[in-house]
Design a protein around this ligand. Sequence first.
Ligand code: AMP
Ligand code: MG
Length: 343
Amino acid sequence: MIVTPSDENIERAAAVVKAGGLVSFPTETVYGLGADAFNEKALAAIFEVKNRPYFDPLIVHLAGIPELETAADLSVLSKIARSAALFLADKFLPGPLTLILPKQPSLPSLATGGLDTVAVRIPASAIAQKLIRLSTGAIAAPSANPFGRLSPTRAVHVEEYFADILILDGGRTALGLESTVLDLTNGEPCILREGGITSEQLSDALGKPCKKRRMEASAGTTSPGLLKSHYAPRSELLLYAHNSLCAAPFVTGTAYIFFEEKSLNAFAKKNGIQPESAAKNYLFALSRSGGSAEVAANLFDTLHAADRLRPAAIYAEQAPAAGLGAAINDRLFKAGGSKSVLA
Ligand code: AMP
Ligand code: MG
């Protein structure tokens, strides 16, 4: 059930969390499906509702930097690692950066997939922060979608998946992509998943190139966010290199997702489609101008819209690799595009 994020409704949602229930709330990344991070039964319900494997650890959402130690235990880190963690937290949080840190022993291991490390984040959304403060201070929340499906960036996306859950409607999420996951437990910070904070931003902050875990190296680990297939539409997705979708053949019943409007218009013109019937012909553009922040914000929404048409296939165009493009391309690959990158 979708409700406005009034004080009264946030309090209502907080009461649900305190009672061990699940609620959906907006963050700047995507909508989360949250429960009390310290309630094992509530944590189990997240996995059950999402059909998420128990070994896939959750991100624990906290309200502020002073609260980090509610879930994470910084005291067992080396002095250097601890100051790196606090420095990065200070620089990027609240925001789309998830830190992997040693876990507080009191945190149920269900929240961490049995690992002795925990993923923590402070969402920038005022609604999320208020909900966290008014409930139990620590909300474990993966994205509010069934395991493996497209992430929700609007309240209606969540409602399509989970009609019975209380959903605080914060409008479209500003960033539209999940957080960057950064491991701080192994000496040197290492990006486990690309996301809203770019590797360039992290490298700038660290004063040296930030390490990244290679995809192959993570095969067989317990991080589905790192697996090759995730965030997927129901239709088959074929990926085209940046600026090359315009040259694809026009096949009725296939959805086309262009990086920018200019390419969509050129494609429409070439194939004799009037610009006003672009949508009818399943043509979508991720941005007006090609800016990657706009593309990120529209990515999942456009994939949802295309997938709703049940097209024979979805053809989508990759982003230039720099900045947010790395996370955008990562999501496109995991949406199934890894099977086919066309020139
Ligand atoms: P999600 O909440 O579905 O966006 O996914 C969170 C991501 O963080 C997943 O890829 C998890 O596997 C990853 N993650 C969470 N906790 C840990 C941890 N302790 N160590 C490594 N990765 C983690
Ligand atoms: Mg997810």
